[in-house]
Design a protein around this ligand. Structure first.
Ligand SMILES: [Zn+2]
Length: 287
C-alpha cells in the first residue's frame, strides 16, 4: 500500500470503516458470528440481528479489532505504525491515545497474528491460553492469581527461507535445562530468554522463562548454538528485534515470537492489508 492510498483511507472515519468492512464480510455478505447463519437484518444504529438465532450484534462483534475500542481511523493508523515496527510507547507520540489503550490494541494485533498459526488452538486454550491472557474470547491484560506456570517451548525450523516456530507441548522448559545438564545440549541465555543448539529436527529450541526457573544450572558451553553460527536467516532477524522489544515477559513471549515468525515469512510482502485482514478475522471460540 503506498502512502497516497493509505492517506485516502484515513481521510475520514467512513473511508476507514468501509476499508475494514471489506475484510469482515466477503462480498458484503453478512452472517451471524454466533450461529454462522444468514440472513441478517440491519436494525437502527447499524446494529444487526440474526434471522436464525436472533442474536444482536454489529459489524465488528467477535472480531479481534473489537477488543481494542479504537475508531476505524485510529485502527488503521495503529496498524501502519505496527507495520513500521514502532513500540507502543513510540506510538503514543503519533496517536493521541493513552498508552494503555495503545498497548491493548497492539496486543490484540499480536493475538490476531498468533491466531493464524497452525498451533494457535493449543496456544490459545487451556493453561497456555490462560497464561497468555486469553480466555472465552477475551483478553486479560493483567496476570491472574493462581495462574499455572506453564512455560511454552518452541522449536525453530528454517526451511528454504521460511521459518516455523512450532509450539512443542510435550517439552517443558525444565526438560530443556535437563537436556543441557545431562546430555550436554548447549544453551545460550539472553536475559530470561533461552535458546539451544540443534535439537532433533529443529535448529533450536527456544523459550522465555520466569524467575521460577533454575537459571543457575545453565553452564557456558564451549560450542555456540547452531543458530548463532549462521549468517542471515531467522535468528539474525529475530535476535536484535527481541532485544529491542526490551522486557519481553515470559507470559507474552509467544505473541512476540509469532509476530516475528509472521514478519519474517512475509518480509518481501506489503503486510498492511494482511495485518488488517487478520485483525478483522473472528476471534476463535474457546471453551
Ligand atoms: Zn445467529
Amino acid at each position: 500500500m503506498d502512502l497516497i492510498e493509505y492517506e485516502k483511507l484515513i481521510q475520514s472515519e467512513e473511508a476507514a470503516r468501509s476499508y475494514l468492512l471489506g475484510f469482515c464480510w466477503k462480498e458484503g455478505r453478512r452472517f451471524c458470528p454466533r450461529c454462522g447463519q444468514h440472513p441478517v437484518y440491519v436494525l437502527s444504529d447499524r446494529r444487526l440481528r440474526c434471522g436464525g438465532c436472533r442474536y444482536t450484534f454489529h459489524d465488528f462483534t467477535a472480531r479481534w479489532l473489537n477488543l481494542g475500542g479504537l475508531s476505524c481511523r485510529d485502527w488503521l493508523r495503529l496498524v501502519k505504525l505496527f507495520e513500521l515496527e514502532l513500540t507502543a510507547l513510540k506510538m503514543c507520540g503519533q496517536l493521541r491515545l493513552a498508552y494503555n489503550t495503545i498497548y491493548k490494541a497492539v496486543t490484540a494485533v499480536r493475538f490476531a497474528l498468533l491466531a493464524q498459526a497452525i498451533d494457535a488452538p493449543q496456544l490459545l486454550s487451556g493453561p497456555y491460553g490462560e497464561r497468555l491472557g486469553f480466555a472465552k474470547g477475551r483478553l486479560r491484560m493483567e496476570r491472574a492469581s493462581g495462574e499455572q506456570e506453564v512455560i511454552p517451548v518452541f522449536g525453530l525450523m528454517d526451511k528454504g527461507g521460511w521459518i516455523f516456530a512450532d509450539f512443542l507441548p510435550h517439552i517443558e522448559a525444565a526438560d530443556v535445562i535437563h537436556f543441557h545438564r545431562n546430555f550436554q545440549l548447549p544453551l545460550e541465555r539472553m536475559g530470561q530468554l533461552v535458546y539451544t543448539d540443534r535439537y532433533q529436527r529443529y535448529d533450536a529450541l527456544i523459550f522465555c522463562g520466569d524467575a521460577h526457573l533454575p537459571y543457575g544450572l545453565i553452564q557456558k558451553s564451549s560450542r555456540k548454538p547452531y543458530v548463532d553460527s549462521l549468517k542471515g536467516g531467522f535468528w539474525n532477524f529475530a535476535r536484535p528485534r527481541l532485544k529491542r522489544f526490551n522486557g519481553v515477559t515470559s507470559r507474552r513471549f509467544p505473541l512476540y515470537l509469532k509476530e516475528l515468525e509472521f514478519r519474517y515469512n512475509h518480509k518481501s510482502e506489503d503486510i498492511f492489508p494482511i495485518l488488517v485482514r487478520h485483525l478483522c478475522s473472528l476471534v476463535p471460540k474457546s471453551e
